[in-house]
Design a protein around this ligand. Sequence first.
Ligand code: PEP
Length: 261
Amino acid sequence: MSERPRPLVIAANWKMHKTAEDVGPFFQAFDREAPAPAGGIEVAFFPPFPLLSVVVGAVAHRADASTGGQDCHWEDEGPWTGEVSAPMIAATGAERVLIGHSERRLHFGETDERCRRKLRAALAAGLSPMLCVGETLEERDAGRARSVVLSQLSKAIDDLARAEYRRLSIAYEPVWAIGTGRTASPEDAQEMHEAIRGALASLATPELAAEIAVLYGGSVKPGNAADLLARPDVDGALVGGASLAPADFASILRAAHERPG
Ligand code: PEP
Protein backbone atom coordinates (compact mmCIF):
# COMPACT_ATOMS: atom_id res chain seq x y z
CA MET A 1 0.00 0.00 0.00
CA SER A 2 1.51 3.38 -0.97
CA GLU A 3 1.79 6.05 1.71
CA ARG A 4 -1.04 8.60 1.88
CA PRO A 5 0.12 11.88 0.31
CA ARG A 6 -1.76 13.87 2.97
CA PRO A 7 -2.17 13.61 6.73
CA LEU A 8 -5.28 12.62 8.60
CA VAL A 9 -6.16 15.55 10.88
CA ILE A 10 -8.45 15.33 13.90
CA ALA A 11 -9.21 18.86 15.04
CA ALA A 12 -10.97 20.22 18.13
CA ASN A 13 -12.97 23.43 17.79
CA TRP A 14 -13.65 24.49 21.35
CA LYS A 15 -15.70 27.51 20.18
CA MET A 16 -16.48 29.79 23.18
CA HIS A 17 -15.88 27.13 25.83
CA LYS A 18 -13.32 26.59 28.60
CA THR A 19 -11.05 28.83 30.68
CA ALA A 20 -7.36 28.51 31.53
CA GLU A 21 -8.08 26.38 34.60
CA ASP A 22 -9.79 23.74 32.43
CA VAL A 23 -6.77 23.19 30.19
CA GLY A 24 -4.59 21.18 32.61
CA PRO A 25 -7.31 18.68 33.59
CA PHE A 26 -8.39 18.34 29.94
CA PHE A 27 -4.91 17.36 28.76
CA GLN A 28 -4.23 15.09 31.73
CA ALA A 29 -7.32 13.09 30.76
CA PHE A 30 -6.67 13.37 27.02
CA ASP A 31 -3.08 12.12 27.39
CA ARG A 32 -4.31 9.10 29.37
CA GLU A 33 -6.85 8.15 26.71
CA ALA A 34 -5.29 9.23 23.42
CA PRO A 35 -3.20 6.94 21.22
CA ALA A 36 0.51 7.71 21.05
CA PRO A 37 1.52 9.91 18.12
CA ALA A 38 1.99 8.05 14.84
CA GLY A 39 3.24 9.26 11.48
CA GLY A 40 0.64 10.71 9.12
CA ILE A 41 -1.94 11.49 11.83
CA GLU A 42 -2.20 14.96 13.34
CA VAL A 43 -4.31 16.36 16.15
CA ALA A 44 -5.13 20.06 16.28
CA PHE A 45 -6.73 22.23 18.97
CA PHE A 46 -8.57 25.48 18.25
CA PRO A 47 -9.23 27.05 21.68
CA PRO A 48 -10.57 30.56 22.32
CA PHE A 49 -7.89 33.26 21.92
CA PRO A 50 -7.12 33.75 25.66
CA LEU A 51 -6.16 30.05 25.89
CA LEU A 52 -3.86 29.88 22.87
CA SER A 53 -0.56 30.17 24.76
CA VAL A 54 -1.76 27.81 27.48
CA VAL A 55 -2.74 25.15 24.95
CA VAL A 56 0.48 25.66 22.98
CA GLY A 57 2.33 24.78 26.21
CA ALA A 58 0.02 21.91 27.08
CA VAL A 59 0.56 20.10 23.75
CA ALA A 60 4.27 20.86 23.40
CA HIS A 61 5.18 17.29 24.39
CA ARG A 62 3.05 15.70 21.65
CA ALA A 63 4.83 15.46 18.30
CA ASP A 64 1.49 15.11 16.49
CA ALA A 65 -0.25 18.14 18.02
CA SER A 66 -0.70 21.72 16.92
CA THR A 67 -2.75 24.69 18.08
CA GLY A 68 -4.66 27.34 16.18
CA GLY A 69 -6.90 30.38 16.45
CA GLN A 70 -10.59 30.19 15.55
CA ASP A 71 -10.42 33.30 13.34
CA CYS A 72 -8.08 36.18 12.51
CA HIS A 73 -8.34 39.68 11.13
CA TRP A 74 -7.13 40.49 7.60
CA GLU A 75 -4.90 43.34 8.81
CA ASP A 76 -1.76 42.79 10.87
CA GLU A 77 -2.56 45.61 13.31
CA GLY A 78 -4.61 48.78 13.59
CA PRO A 79 -7.73 50.38 15.06
CA TRP A 80 -9.88 47.22 15.11
CA THR A 81 -11.10 46.98 18.70
CA GLY A 82 -11.75 43.43 19.81
CA GLU A 83 -9.98 41.81 16.87
CA VAL A 84 -6.94 39.52 16.80
CA SER A 85 -4.48 39.41 13.92
CA ALA A 86 -2.67 36.49 12.32
CA PRO A 87 0.79 37.66 13.49
CA MET A 88 -0.60 37.87 17.06
CA ILE A 89 -1.76 34.27 16.82
CA ALA A 90 1.60 33.17 15.39
CA ALA A 91 3.40 34.98 18.23
CA THR A 92 1.72 32.68 20.77
CA GLY A 93 3.44 29.71 19.13
CA ALA A 94 0.23 28.55 17.44
CA GLU A 95 0.60 27.18 13.91
CA ARG A 96 -2.93 27.17 12.53
CA VAL A 97 -6.06 29.25 12.15
CA LEU A 98 -9.66 28.50 11.13
CA ILE A 99 -11.00 30.72 8.37
CA GLY A 100 -14.67 31.13 7.49
CA HIS A 101 -16.27 28.87 10.09
CA SER A 102 -20.01 28.85 9.39
CA GLU A 103 -20.75 30.40 12.80
CA ARG A 104 -18.60 33.37 11.76
CA ARG A 105 -20.27 33.52 8.35
CA LEU A 106 -23.74 33.34 9.96
CA HIS A 107 -23.37 35.54 13.05
CA PHE A 108 -20.51 37.90 12.20
CA GLY A 109 -21.04 38.78 8.55
CA GLU A 110 -18.06 36.84 7.27
CA THR A 111 -18.16 37.14 3.47
CA ASP A 112 -16.19 35.15 0.90
CA GLU A 113 -14.12 38.29 0.28
CA ARG A 114 -13.25 38.57 3.98
CA CYS A 115 -12.32 34.90 4.07
CA ARG A 116 -10.06 35.46 1.08
CA ARG A 117 -8.27 38.35 2.79
CA LYS A 118 -8.02 36.56 6.13
CA LEU A 119 -6.60 33.47 4.48
CA ARG A 120 -3.89 35.53 2.84
CA ALA A 121 -3.10 37.31 6.11
CA ALA A 122 -2.78 33.90 7.80
CA LEU A 123 -0.39 32.63 5.13
CA ALA A 124 1.66 35.83 5.28
CA ALA A 125 2.01 35.36 9.05
CA GLY A 126 3.33 31.83 8.54
CA LEU A 127 0.16 30.12 9.78
CA SER A 128 -1.53 27.11 8.18
CA PRO A 129 -5.13 28.10 7.43
CA MET A 130 -8.02 25.63 7.62
CA LEU A 131 -10.74 27.00 5.36
CA CYS A 132 -14.29 26.01 6.36
CA VAL A 133 -16.90 25.64 3.63
CA GLY A 134 -20.42 24.27 3.72
CA GLU A 135 -23.98 24.71 2.52
CA THR A 136 -27.15 25.50 4.48
CA LEU A 137 -30.11 23.13 4.53
CA GLU A 138 -32.05 25.41 2.16
CA GLU A 139 -29.16 25.35 -0.29
CA ARG A 140 -28.92 21.55 -0.08
CA ASP A 141 -32.67 21.11 -0.52
CA ALA A 142 -32.54 23.39 -3.57
CA GLY A 143 -29.86 21.16 -5.11
CA ARG A 144 -27.23 23.85 -4.74
CA ALA A 145 -24.92 22.23 -2.17
CA ARG A 146 -22.07 21.53 -4.55
CA SER A 147 -22.15 24.88 -6.34
CA VAL A 148 -22.25 26.79 -3.02
CA VAL A 149 -19.32 24.86 -1.56
CA LEU A 150 -17.18 25.07 -4.67
CA SER A 151 -17.90 28.77 -5.00
CA GLN A 152 -16.82 29.39 -1.37
CA LEU A 153 -13.68 27.42 -2.12
CA SER A 154 -12.68 29.11 -5.35
CA LYS A 155 -13.41 32.59 -4.03
CA ALA A 156 -11.03 32.05 -1.10
CA ILE A 157 -8.15 30.11 -2.56
CA ASP A 158 -7.60 30.73 -6.24
CA ASP A 159 -4.14 31.96 -7.23
CA LEU A 160 -2.15 30.78 -4.20
CA ALA A 161 1.51 29.87 -4.63
CA ARG A 162 2.47 26.18 -4.60
CA ALA A 163 4.02 26.41 -1.14
CA GLU A 164 0.85 28.12 0.14
CA TYR A 165 -1.43 25.33 -1.13
CA ARG A 166 0.81 22.94 0.80
CA ARG A 167 -0.06 24.76 4.07
CA LEU A 168 -3.78 24.73 3.42
CA SER A 169 -6.42 22.35 4.73
CA ILE A 170 -10.17 22.42 4.08
CA ALA A 171 -13.03 21.57 6.44
CA TYR A 172 -16.29 20.64 4.72
CA GLU A 173 -18.96 21.44 7.30
CA PRO A 174 -22.57 21.29 6.12
CA VAL A 175 -24.18 24.04 8.20
CA TRP A 176 -27.25 21.88 8.96
CA ALA A 177 -25.00 19.29 10.63
CA ILE A 178 -23.12 21.61 13.00
CA GLY A 179 -24.19 21.32 16.61
CA THR A 180 -27.50 19.75 15.56
CA GLY A 181 -26.77 16.08 16.12
CA ARG A 182 -27.44 15.49 12.40
CA THR A 183 -24.47 14.14 10.48
CA ALA A 184 -23.99 13.92 6.73
CA SER A 185 -23.99 10.29 5.69
CA PRO A 186 -20.53 8.92 4.91
CA GLU A 187 -21.66 8.67 1.25
CA ASP A 188 -22.76 12.33 1.13
CA ALA A 189 -19.51 13.40 2.80
CA GLN A 190 -17.41 11.35 0.37
CA GLU A 191 -19.29 12.78 -2.62
CA MET A 192 -18.66 16.37 -1.54
CA HIS A 193 -15.05 15.69 -0.55
CA GLU A 194 -14.42 14.19 -3.97
CA ALA A 195 -15.92 17.28 -5.59
CA ILE A 196 -13.74 19.50 -3.38
CA ARG A 197 -10.64 17.50 -4.35
CA GLY A 198 -11.56 17.87 -8.02
CA ALA A 199 -11.93 21.63 -7.60
CA LEU A 200 -8.58 21.81 -5.77
CA ALA A 201 -6.99 19.96 -8.68
CA SER A 202 -8.31 22.61 -11.10
CA LEU A 203 -7.41 25.54 -8.86
CA ALA A 204 -3.92 24.22 -8.06
CA THR A 205 -2.71 20.94 -9.62
CA PRO A 206 -3.82 17.32 -9.14
CA GLU A 207 -0.56 16.63 -7.25
CA LEU A 208 -1.15 19.51 -4.84
CA ALA A 209 -4.82 18.57 -4.46
CA ALA A 210 -3.75 15.08 -3.38
CA GLU A 211 -1.64 16.62 -0.59
CA ILE A 212 -4.40 18.82 0.90
CA ALA A 213 -6.34 17.33 3.82
CA VAL A 214 -10.12 17.76 3.47
CA LEU A 215 -11.75 17.27 6.88
CA TYR A 216 -15.43 16.62 7.55
CA GLY A 217 -17.20 18.55 10.33
CA GLY A 218 -20.73 18.37 11.68
CA SER A 219 -21.75 16.37 14.76
CA VAL A 220 -18.79 13.98 14.57
CA LYS A 221 -18.83 11.73 17.65
CA PRO A 222 -17.07 8.57 18.83
CA GLY A 223 -19.97 6.55 17.39
CA ASN A 224 -19.81 7.84 13.81
CA ALA A 225 -16.16 8.82 13.37
CA ALA A 226 -14.89 5.48 12.05
CA ASP A 227 -17.52 5.29 9.28
CA LEU A 228 -16.81 8.82 8.12
CA LEU A 229 -13.05 8.39 8.29
CA ALA A 230 -13.26 5.16 6.27
CA ARG A 231 -14.13 7.14 3.11
CA PRO A 232 -11.13 7.68 0.86
CA ASP A 233 -11.44 11.48 0.55
CA VAL A 234 -12.38 12.14 4.20
CA ASP A 235 -9.02 13.12 5.66
CA GLY A 236 -10.05 13.81 9.21
CA ALA A 237 -12.66 15.57 11.30
CA LEU A 238 -13.27 19.04 12.69
CA VAL A 239 -15.07 18.35 15.94
CA GLY A 240 -17.06 20.86 18.00
CA GLY A 241 -19.21 19.47 20.82
CA ALA A 242 -17.46 16.12 21.17
CA SER A 243 -14.04 17.80 21.42
CA LEU A 244 -14.93 19.31 24.80
CA ALA A 245 -14.82 15.93 26.55
CA PRO A 246 -11.27 14.54 26.50
CA ALA A 247 -12.36 10.88 26.39
CA ASP A 248 -14.69 11.47 23.43
CA PHE A 249 -12.11 13.45 21.52
CA ALA A 250 -9.42 10.85 22.24
CA SER A 251 -11.80 8.17 20.99
CA ILE A 252 -12.28 10.07 17.69
CA LEU A 253 -8.49 10.34 17.37
CA ARG A 254 -8.27 6.59 18.02
CA ALA A 255 -10.68 5.99 15.12
CA ALA A 256 -8.21 7.81 12.87
CA HIS A 257 -5.37 5.61 14.15
CA GLU A 258 -7.44 2.50 13.54
CA ARG A 259 -8.58 3.50 10.05
CA PRO A 260 -7.79 0.62 7.71
CA GLY A 261 -5.21 1.34 5.00
C1 PEP B 1 -17.80 22.79 14.43
O1 PEP B 1 -18.04 23.69 15.20
O2 PEP B 1 -16.90 22.97 13.59
C2 PEP B 1 -18.57 21.56 14.54
C3 PEP B 1 -18.43 20.67 13.59
O3 PEP B 1 -19.39 21.40 15.63
P1 PEP B 1 -20.16 20.06 16.10
O4 PEP B 1 -19.14 18.93 16.04
O5 PEP B 1 -20.61 20.35 17.48
O6 PEP B 1 -21.26 19.83 15.12
